[in-house]
Structures are given as C-alpha cells and as structure tokens.
Design a protein around this ligand. Structure first.
Ligand SMILES: [Zn+2]
Length: 251
C-alpha cells in the first residue's frame, strides 16, 4: 500500500481503530478515504457521516501550502471527536477523512459512489472545513440543509437557541465573505465536501469560519491560526453533535 507520510502517521497512530482504509482510483488520480465507525454496538441502523478533508493545494516551486486552517483544523477536531464520542453515541458515526476536496470534491464523490448502501442509510453529514480562522476571527459559522427533515419544529428551535449559549458565537450563514469572486452565498452549499451529500439529497450541517486573508496562501500556517477560537469551535461542534445525535430521527 502506498501511503503518504500523513496517512501513514494517521494509520500507525490509529492502527486497529480505523476499520477501513480505502484507496480508490477516480480518473487518473488516486483518491483515498480513511473511514471508521464509532459505535461499539450499533444502536441505530442509521449513520451520521462526520467529514473533514485532509488534502490541500500542495506545493508549487519553493512555495509550500501547509493549510493549517484549511483543513488541518477540521482533521484535528475530527480525531479528537473520535476519542470523546467513542461509545457515547446513539447513531453509528462514520468518520470520513477525505482526499481530493481541493480537486472538485473528488474524495467525497468517491465515497458516495463506492458506498451506496451507507449513503442510503445516512441521515446527516456534518462537515468541518476551516474551523480555526485567523487572529481576528471571532465567530463560527454554519449552513445547513433540510435539518427540518430530522428534527421536529420544537427541537429545531431548541437547537437554534442552543447555538448561542455554547462556547463561541455561532452564526447562520457566511455573511462576511468576499463580495466579489466565487464565494457568494449560494455557492457555500457546494463549497466543500458537504456539497456532495447535498447533491445526494442528504441533510447536512457545515461548520467553518469563511474565507480570510490566509485562505489558499502559503501563510495559512500554524502561526497564523487562532488557537483559542479553534479550541472553542471544537467544543461547540462537540456539543452540537451530541445534540444532533440524541435528537435526530426520521420524522
Ligand atoms: Zn477546505
């Protein structure tokens, strides 16, 4: 098996924990997915797919794009969530560490193509992409789609209220994105791996901080991320997940 250094690191650290390591070919490129389910025994036959992409835009000449916020932040949160959620969830949770997000969401597309059975039984996708932000980031944002299919009106209201009492201000929508360019409001539904679940008709919630001055720059590095916000956002996402896991169901 031909693994990158990062994959090898993940694999060794989590050996015996990842239940599946899948490598597929999509077109000319290899797209890898690292997956794992979390429940000790399956309590619900329905899944929540928790996703974060671990690819970035690579290197060009002597420029190295580390992608600390995009998306080491989401991957780190997912690894930590795996530890704290283990054995505590009502639903079977699939962790999807996807490759190829920066290449037109190839990894998530491969997942959906390879596992139609899992996709059919997936209630919800929770996608994390850029959750650390930069020095002046003060909020976590989210967008969701069709949560009302999974939560009663009362529970949905409760969920929305709950967002403002958690670790960090959470706002719906990405209102402060660049005015020009591709990041207009409508595109956010397709802006990361949740877009693939959206197209497959699966409700999703996506957490991120929006674009910023280090987005897709070599300066998206460890020194420039907002560690405090990352910690708060991760805690907040954990609480959101616990709520959703406990309360969602087919209405
Ligand atoms: Zn990203």
């Amino acid at each position: 098996m031909n693994l990158s250094i990062m994959e090898l690191g993940l694999y060794r650290k989590w050996e015996g924990i990842f239940s599946l390591l899948i490598i597929t070919l999509v077109g000319k490129k290899t797209v890898r997915m690292l997956l794992r389910t979390l429940a000790d025994e399956i309590l619900s036959p329905r899944y929540i797919v928790l996703s974060a992409h671990y690819d970035h835009i690579g290197a060009s000449g002597d420029k190295v794009y580390n992608g600390a916020d995009d998306n080491a932040s989401g991957v780190a949160a997912l690894l930590e969530l795996a530890k704290v959620l283990k054995g505590k969830t009502k639903h079977d949770i699939i962790l999807l560490f996807s490759d190829g997000e920066e290449d037109n969401l190839r990894g998530a597309k491969a997942f959906v193509d390879e596992f139609p059975g899992i996709v059919r039984d997936t209630l919800l996708n929770v996608n994390l992409d850029m959750i650390a932000g930069v020095k002046n980031t003060s909020k976590l944002s989210y967008i969701s789609h069709n949560l009302d299919q999974l939560l009663s009106e009362q529970k949905e209201e409760e969920f929305l209220r709950f967002q403002y009492s958690s670790w960090v201000p959470v706002q719906k929508g990405f209102k402060r994105e660049r005015a020009a360019g591709m990041w207009n409001k409508r595109r956010w539904k397709l802006a990361s791996d949740h877009g693939v679940f959206y197209r497959a008709g699966i409700p999703f919630i996506y957490f991120g901080v929006g674009t910023h001055q280090h987005y897709h720059q070599t300066s998206d590095n460890y020194d420039n991320i907002n560690k405090e916000l990352f910690w708060r956002a991760s805690n907040s996402i954990y609480l959101h997940l616990r709520y959703l896991d406990q309360h969602i169901g087919v209405k």
